[in-house]
Design a protein around this ligand. Structure first.
Ligand SMILES: [Zn+2]
Ligand SMILES: [Zn+2]
Length: 298
């Protein structure tokens, strides 16, 4: 209970300008939904018709598209937790090279995040946790700023050359990683938009929006913010890390929500530590391990 009180007490952390931007974006989104839903203009209908007439599967029931988008974001979450976090950052597990390359390519088209940047920012977080040098602690920046502007904090750290050089060591440096995933990072999400529209017609557009906001919302906002603010602690770590209560958070984030467990034993491949806790990421890793496609290093 004490945590939720603290959560609301921090609402004033956002500057007036930041609050206006959050409210403005919400109003814009609401306006777009109302406009598209109730007053479709002729030219919008013509664009819709043209896209759907060239698409592969434009006429499935809407729930099918919802299901596909949810599975899609789940795959992205698996790549973030298994590849970026447990493999590249903490080296607790490794994958067969083609599995690692597949995950890296998927992360390019779904998140535009180069491996080196993600790894460097996260290692810096562990090295300076809850201090002024922690790139995204809510105890310095305020919980609302991390929740709503977590991506801004992430990008500021990710584009700091000194951070990349000091903390990004050992990450892929072949030319595809440097040039395609690095310099042309934004091309990835464009490819996802085009392929979504081609496969699913105009339904591919809201699917793309959902796929694009998933990682910024859950990784940058929920894990980096709430994972250091709200929930229970199994271990008395020298930071404010917490496990988000209820299995739904752990399921949605493939175990990342068990953040206090992770801070306690950073090099463990497994984030669940107590009975009843679920780490889907670890379960998937064990399946890959059984198939000979992954191995544990610790
Ligand atoms: Zn943390
Ligand atoms: Zn970590």
């Amino acid at each position: 209970m004490i945590y939720s009180d603290a959560l609301f007490a921090k609402v004033n952390d956002l500057t007036s300008f930041e609050k206006v931007r959050v409210i403005g974006v919400l109003i814009l989104l609401l306006g777009a939904v109302i406009y598209l839903g109730f007053w479709p203009s002729d030219w919008l209908q013509q664009i819709e018709f043209w896209i759907n007439s060239h698409a592969v599967w434009p006429a499935w029931p809407i729930l099918v598209y919802v299901f596909i988008a949810v599975v899609d974001t789940h795959i992205t979450t698996v790549c973030v937790t298994l590849y970026l976090h447990r493999n590249q950052t903490h080296r607790s597990i490794t994958f067969q090279p083609f599995i690692a390359e597949l995950m890296q390519a998927w992360l390019w088209v779904r998140t535009a995040m180069p491996t080196k940047e993600w790894v460097a920012v996260h290692r810096k977080h562990h090295a300076f946790v809850e201090s002024e040098d922690d790139p995204h602690t809510p105890w310095v920046y305020g919980i609302w700023r991390v929740l709503f502007y977590g991506t801004k904090l992430y990008h500021r750290a990710a584009h700091d050359q000194a951070t990349l050089e000091r903390f990004g060591t050992g990450t892929p440096s072949h030319w595809v990683a440097r040039v395609i995933y690095g310099r042309f990072s934004l091309l990835g999400p464009v490819l996802t938009l085009v392929s979504n529209l081609w496969l699913f017609g105009v339904s591919g557009f809201p699917m793309w929006l959902f796929e694009m906001v998933w990682i910024p919302g859950f990784a940058a906002g929920v894990i980096n913010g709430l994972g250091h603010w709200w929930g229970y602690r199994n271990f008395d770590t020298p930071d404010e890390s917490r496990n988000l209560p209820g299995r739904i958070w752990a399921l949605l984030t493939c175990g990342e929500a068990l953040h206090n467990n992770h801070h306690d034993k950073q090099n463990s491949p497994r984030f669940a530590r107590k009975p009843g806790e679920i780490d889907l990421g670890y379960i998937y890793f064990c399946k890959l391990e059984n198939l000979g496609l992954a191995q544990r290093e610790r």
